[in-house]
Write a protein that binds this ligand. Sequence first.
Ligand code: ADP
Ligand code: MG
Length: 301
Amino acid sequence: MAGSRQDNYIICEDLFKIYKVADLEVVALRGLDLRVKKGEMMAIVGASGSGKTTLLNILGGLDSPTAGNVVVGKSNLLKITAADLVRYRREDVGFVWQQAGRNLVPYLTAAQNVELPLILLGWSQKDRKEQAEEMLEAVGLSHRKQHLPDRLSGGEQQRVAIAVALANNPPLLLADEPTGELDSHSAADVLDVFQSLNHAYGITVVIVTHDISVTHKVQRVVTIRDGRTSLESLRSNGPATTLHDPQHTYDEFTVLDGAGRLQIPREYMDKLKLKGRVKVTLEKDHLSIWPEKGSPGYIEK
Ligand code: ADP
Ligand code: MG
């Protein structure tokens, strides 16, 4: 594991996030493990409430974890100082939200939206203009640079949002349901932009999504369940170029963490009525898991 640390850009180990609401504690992340390689483009999927946005907010430095370990690039986000966190948010990560409205300032043109974060960073006017041109070209919207957001389609707005997020060349791009409000055609355009930026600039891209078409465009899909990474699907022969490409198949793995914990797929638990105590036995080259003798799922031999 020590050797692989170097090429991982994101490392989450046993990550916990507990929200306190009045007297209640909501455990949004419970011992989550995740590694993302530098330059990788991957997707995180999971049911509503499984902790996807919480994870993304932590990775973006917008929320702080309760316990565990999270390192992004050179920054340890549990130990980071307030000043370094501000710098991290400004320089090291770009964010794209589901609602295009949250990404763009409505009374600024596409180009002005891209320039805005650069003004805050003190870029000169000339550099800002050049950068806005380059970024809008990279997302295929040079011809729309003078348009206000409400003159752009939803897909175009999201592409401008990507240009804004990447304006100051952050090494990491985080996107929370970026195609959630788009039709399938616009969604495909937006995903193509993620892909081409990932290829062209080597940006690490993490996309949280419900959208099955997203998962066809990435090499790896991690499933979160109840605040933990439970499954990993790896594409066996590279990202697909079209949706539902039959040439591309996934290898699916259950994730085993450093403490030996894994999440048994829900359907297996239901089928064998596994609950509470189970028997785990070591075979020559695998493990077997049995319902406890006398429990509802146990079959007398
Ligand atoms: P997802 O994005 O996968 O739908 P979230 O990360 O938004 O999931 O939420 C995970 C869990 O944490 C949910 O039970 C949610 O209600 C809870 N949660 C999220 N944000 C807050 C918050 N600010 N305060 C309290 N509970 C929260
Ligand atoms: Mg969410």
